[in-house]
Design a protein around this ligand. Sequence first.
Ligand SMILES: Cc1ncc(COP(=O)(O)O)c(C=O)c1O
Length: 381
Amino acid sequence: MHIPSEAFPTLNHHYFNYGGQGLLPSRCIEALHQSQLHLQSIAPFSNAAYAWTTQITKDLRNQIATTLKIHPNDLTLTENTTAGCNIALWGLDWRSGDHILLTDCEHQGIQGIVNEVVHRFDLTQSTCPVMATLNGGDPIAVIRNALTPKTRLLVISHILWTTGQVLPLREIVELCHDRGVQVLVDGAQSVGVLPLDLGAIGADFYAFTVHKWWCGPQGIGGLHVRSDQRESLRPTTIGWRSVTTDSEGNAAGWESGGKRYEVSTTGFYAFPAATMAIELHQQVGSNAERYQRICDRAAYLWNGLSQIPGIQMVKSSPPESGLVAFQLDSAKHRQLVETLEAKKHFVRLLANPHCVRACTHYFTREADCDSLCREVAEAIG
Ligand SMILES: Cc1ncc(COP(=O)(O)O)c(C=O)c1O
C-alpha cells in the first residue's frame, strides 16, 4: 500500500484522534482554497455558479454512493452524523407508547435527540447492555432480550465509539426486521474504517460523516435511507433543496430521492475537497486493504501499550477497528491526556468506560505508536 508522503502534511505531530476528526489531506486544503477562488471568479450567485454547485454536489453524491455500495438517489447529503440521526428520528410516524431501544454505548448527541423525541411524542425508551459484551458475550442475544412488542426502532452504532467493538450489524438488522423493528445506525466510527456494503447490511437508516475517518472537511455527512422507507419518513427540516416546484416556482412536492431531506444553502464549496478525500483513500488501497491496515496498526499500538506497567487494555485482545482504549491503574486519565497533548501526542478522554482512547488510521506510522507508548510510560512512570 503506497501512501503519498505529502498526503497528510500535519503528520509532524502524533495524531490519534481520528474518531473525533481526521487530518485533512494537503490536496483537500488546496481544493478548499481553489473552490472559493473559483466561486468568486464566476460570481457566487450566477447561472455558472448554480451549474458548478449542481455538478460538485452530484460528484460527491456519486463518490459516497459508490464507496458505500448504495444508489445515489437513496443518499441524503447532511452536515454530520448527528444531522442524519435527527432526520430519521424526527421523521418517523411515531404513535404514543412506541418504544425506542438504544445500546448503552450511544453518543450523547444521539441520546439527546431520543430523549426529546420520546418527550414530544409520548414514547418510551430503554438501553440494553452491549458494552459488557466487549470481551465475551453475544450482542445479538442482548438485543433480542431487550426488544419488546412495542419496540419500533433500534438505535445502534456499527462500531462503538468508546471501546472500538464492531457489532454484527447484518445479523442485528435481520433480527430486528423479523420483529418488525426498524434500525437506525450511527456510522460515525465505521464509515472510512470498515469495507461497507450498506445495501447488503439492509439497515433502514444509516448516518455518517465525512470529517472523521474519511479525513474530509468539517460540515459534510450523509444519511442513507432505504428506498422503501422513504415515503414513510417525512422530511422535518425543509427548504429549497427538498422540494420540487410548479410552473410558477411554488413548492409542489418532494424531491424524489434522498434530496428531500436536504435543506438549503450550505458550504457547497467544500464538496470537491470531500470528494477528493474519499478518492485519495481509494487510490491508496481497497476498502478491505485499508481496514486490514487500520487493524494492524491498532494491534501494534495495543501490544505496545499493554506491555506498560500500570495500564489495563479495555479490550482484552487486539481491536477489530482503529479505536484503542486503555485505563490507568491510577485512574488519572485526564492528567495523562493533558500531559500527552503538551508533548504533541493527541488522544482523548472518555467518561464511560473511564479511559483514554487512541485511534490508529491506515497511515499511522509504527514510529508514532512507539512514540506514544514511550510518552505514556514516561508520564505514568
Ligand atoms: C458514535 C458517534 N456518534 C456521533 C458522533 C457525532 O458525530 P458528528 O460530529 O458527525 O455528528 C460521534 C463523534 O464523536 C460519535 O463517535
